[in-house]
Ligand binder design. Structure first.
Ligand code: 5RP
Length: 222
């Protein structure tokens, strides 16, 4: 099976976690896109969705799924999203699609985080995938120095020759070369740097359920 077929398989499996008559949170990225396409097939089951990015909102609307502002929603049963890396205990690196801040915010309002990913995302130790950190633009050089002191190699994410700007108008620094032994502690430490908006470590609140696509079928973790 190709990686896209594995992503499609977990997207299909995640439909089982969609509650009837409720609002759900939806993530960003290619796996989340496959999930949105599956959700489109059963769109009458949900009242609507809260999107973690403008791209996701657009895709949800293209399927006729109502998109709600998070400020109108008090709680949600589930938030469904992909990951760049995940451990067997549900700690994740996210933000490859630059949506980490809104992803973390929407996930924080949901009772369960359902992670959907192809099996290649499962790792013993996080950090092979560069760790995204969203920063306030005027602080990017200062934050980069602080991140370098943690032992990684910070690189400003670029697009079309310019710093990439997130949906929040901020920049992303990707921290390369870390072996993250204690993701919960590192999440707190990086969140504490002045100028950081969000770090793409989801460990203090990780995935409650992980559905991983493998050649032997969809495996459930945690
Ligand atoms: C976007 C994310 C995505 O969930 C992550 O990058 C995985 O993407 P994909 O499903 O395309 O592999 O965190 O900010």
């Amino acid at each position: 099976m190709t990686q896209d077929e594995l992503k499609q398989a977990v997207a299909r499996a995640a439909i089982e976690y969609v509650p009837s008559g409720e609002i759900i949170g939806v993530g960003t990225g290619s796996t989340a896109n496959f999930f949105i396409d599956e959700l489109g097939k059963i769109k009458d089951r949900v009242k609507g969705a809260v999107a973690s990015s403008e791209a996701t909102a657009e895709r949800l609307r293209s399927h006729g799924i109502p998109v709600l502002d998070l400020n109108e929603v008090e709680s949600m049963s589930v938030y469904i999203d992909g990951a760049d890396e995940i451990t067997a205990t549900g700690a994740m690196i996210k933000g490859g699609g630059a949506a980490l801040t809104r992803e973390k915010i929407v996930a924080s309002v949901a009772r369960q985080f359902i992670c959907i990913a192809d099996g290649s995302k499962l790792v013993d130790v996080l950090g092979n995938f560069p760790l995204p950190v969203e920063v306030i633009p005027m602080a990017q050089a200062a934050v980069a120095r602080r991140l370098k002191a943690l032992g990684g190699e910070p690189r400003l994410r670029m697009k079309d020759g310019k710093p990439l700007l997130t949906d929040n108008g901020c920049m992303i620094i990707d921290l390369h070369g870390l072996k993250i032994a204690d993701p919960t502690q590192l999440e707190a430490e990086i969140n504490n740097i002045v100028g950081v908006v969000t770090v793409g470590l989801f460990a203090q609140r990780g995935a409650d359920v992980a559905l991983l696509g493998t050649a032997d079928g969809v495996k459930k973790l945690t």
